[in-house]
Design a protein around this ligand. Structure first.
Ligand code: SF4
Length: 445
C-alpha cells in the first residue's frame, strides 16, 4: 500500500520522472503527524465503543525474499524463523491490547487486509496458526472481505489452499511485469513462470476474487513489452487488474544509484509515456469486457468485484493497524506504529505502546480527506458530502470546479460528477488544490 503524499508531477517537476512520492494515499500529509497527538489514541481506546461503526484490520508482514529496486516500504530480507516467530508473537500482543480496549468492545472487523512486505513469505503453517490466533482474539465471522497480497514465487499449491481455508476472499498477485528480463532488472524475486503457476493454483482453489498488479514504467520497459504484458493479462482474465504508474521515492535503490551518478531524472519512462501505457492497457481491457473503476483498477464484473477495504477506508471507517510501520485510523485519529523491527518488537515485549506518531484530525480535514481520496475513483457524489458533512461542493470549490469544467476534464451533469479518463490518470497531480493552505506544498516524510 502506498504511503505517499503529493508532489504534483505535472506542475512541479515537469514530465520526467524525478525522485519523490507522487501519489496521494492520505490526508493531512504525513509530515503533520506528530508525537504530541499520541495520547489522543490512548484516550480514544479508553472511551466507549461506537457500536456498529465500520471496523477494519490491517496486518503488516514486513518480510520479503529480496528488495525490489523501486521498493520504498519498510521490509526485511535477512530475518530467520526465530525473528519471524518473535514478530508474530509481538503483533498478537499488540492485537490483544486493542481487542481488550473499551473502544473496540463488541465490534468485529468488516474487512481484513494482509499487506507488506510479502504476506505470502510466511509458510502455510505459520499463516494458519497466525490467523487462528487472530480470530481467537477478535472473530472475523462478520468480515465481508479478506485481502491477501502475494509475491508469486513464494506460493505453493498447499499454501494457496491454506490461504483460502483461513478465509481469504481476495488474492492479490504482485506480477508487475511478464518479462523475466524486466523483472530481473528491477530486482524482483519472481519470474514469469511462477506467475502462471500461482494464478492457476488460485483459480483451482476457488478464490473468489483474484487481482493482478502491474507497474507501468519499470526499468527497461518498452512499448512492445508493455503491449505483450497486457495481452498476457487479458489471457489470464483475472477478476481485477491494478496498474500503478512507477514512482521513484527517495528511499529506493533506484534513487541511491541516481544520487551516486549525479542524475536528477530517474532512468524510467516519463509521465506522459506511463500515462499512455495505462491508457492503452485500460482500452484493451475495456475491449475485453472490463470496466475501469478507479485511477488504477479495471474489473471484469463491477457488481461482483468490490473493494470494501478501499471504499470503507476512503469513507472514514476505523482501521486497526498491526505490525511495524503500519498506518491506522481510529475515531478520526491517524496513527503510525514504530518503524524499525527491533524497536517495535522490544517495545511490545516491554509492555509499552508502539505508536510512533498520530494526528487528531478536524471535521474539515476529514471532509477533505474523503473528498480527495474519492476523486481517485473518477467520480464524486456531491449529495454524499452535503449529507455527511453539510458541505456544498459548489459553494466550497466553485472556482476550481468551473476551471475543470472549462478544461473539459469534469462532467457535472447528474447525481455523479465524473472526471475524463485523461484527468483520472493524473488525478493525484490535481488534488493538492483542495488541501488547506497550511498543507499545500507539504512533502512526504
Ligand atoms: S515485494 Fe513488494 S514489499 Fe517486497 S521488496 Fe518488492 S516492492 Fe517491496
Amino acid at each position: 500500500m502506498s504511503d505517499s503524499t503529493s508532489n504534483s508531477p505535472d506542475q512541479k517537476t515537469g514530465e520526467e520522472t524525478k525522485a519523490g512520492n507522487y501519489f496521494i494515499a492520505n490526508y493531512p500529509p504525513f509530515s503533520f503527524w506528530n508525537e504530541k497527538d499520541l495520547p489522543c489514541v490512548e484516550s480514544l481506546l479508553n472511551s466507549p465503543s461506537p457500536g456498529k461503526a465500520p471496523l477494519g484490520l490491517y496486518y503488516h508482514i514486513p518480510f520479503c525474499r529480496k528488495r525490489c529496486h523501486f521498493c520504498y516500504f519498510r521490509v526485511y530480507t535477512d530475518k530467520n524463523s526465530a525473528d519471524v516467530r518473535r514478530y508474530l508473537d509481538a503483533t498478537m500482543k499488540e492485537f490483544e491490547a486493542y481487542a481488550n480496549s473499551p473502544y473496540l468492545a463488541g465490534r468485529k472487523p468488516k474487512f481484513v487486509y494482509f499487506g507488506g512486505g510479502t504476506p505470502s513469505y510466511l509458510s502455510a503453517q505459520q499463516l494458519t496458526e497466525l490467523t487462528d490466533r487472530m480470530k481467537a482474539i477478535l472473530p472475523w465471522d462478520e468480515a465481508e472481505e479478506v485481502t491477501f497480497e502475494c509475491e508469486p514465487g513464494t506460493l505453493t499449491e498447499k499454501k494457496v489452499q491454506a490461504i483460502r481455508d483461513f478465509g481469504v476472499t481476495r488474492l492479490s498477485l504482485g506480477i508487475e511485469n511478464f518479462s523475466d528480463h524486466v523483472l530481473e532488472t528491477n530486482g524482483r524475486a519472481h519470474r514469469s513462470g511462477e506467475v502462471f503457476r500461482a494464478f492457476q493454483w488460485a483459480k483451482d482453489a476457488g478464490i473468489e476474487n483474484i487481482n493482478v498488479d502491474l507497474i507501468a514504467g519499470m526499468l527497461e520497459e518498452t512499448d512492445e513489452n508493455w503491449s505483450e504484458c497486457i495481452e498476457r493479462v487479458v489471457e489470464l482474465a483475472p477478476d481485477c487488474v491494478t496498474i500503478y504508474q512507477m514512482e521513484v521515492p527517495y528511499n529506493t535503490t533506484i534513487y541511491q544509484t541516481m544520487k551516486e551518478e549525479g542524475k536528477l531524472s530517474a532512468p524510467v519512462a516519463d509521465w506522459p509515456t506511463k500515462r499512455r501505457w495505462v491508457t492503452e492497457a485500460f482500452s484493451r481491457l475495456e475491449s475485453a469486457g472490463y470496466s475501469v473503476t478507479s485511477t488504477c483498477t479495471a474489473v471484469k464484473n463491477p457488481q461482483r468485484t468490490k473493494f470494501l477495504y478501499r471504499d470503507q477506508l476512503w469513507g472514514g471507517a476505523d482501521m486497526i493497524a498491526l505490525g511495524v510501520a503500519s498506518f491506522g485510523h481510529l475515531g478520526g485519529i491517524h496513527y503510525q506504529n514504530l518503524t524499525h523491527f527491533e524497536d517495535y518488537c522490544s517495545t511490545i515485549e516491554g509492555g509499552e505502546s508502539v505508536l510512533r506518531r498520530a494526528l487528531l484530525t478536524t471535521e474539515d480535514e476529514r471532509f477533505i480527506r474523503e473528498f480527495i481520496l474519492q476523486w481517485k475513483l473518477g467520480k464524486i457524489r456531491p449529495r454524499y458530502f452535503l449529507e455527511k458533512f453539510g458541505i456544498s461542493l459548489q459553494e466550497r470549490y466553485g472556482e476550481i470546479l468551473k476551471d475543470w469544467k472549462e478544461q473539459g476534464i469534469l462532467n457535472m451533469e447528474g447525481e455523479e460528477w465524473t472526471l475524463s479518463r485523461e484527468a483520472l490518470l493524473r488525478v493525484d497531480s490535481l488534488l493538492d488544490q483542495f488541501f488547506l493552505p497550511q498543507h499545500q506544498d507539504a512533502r512526504y516524510v
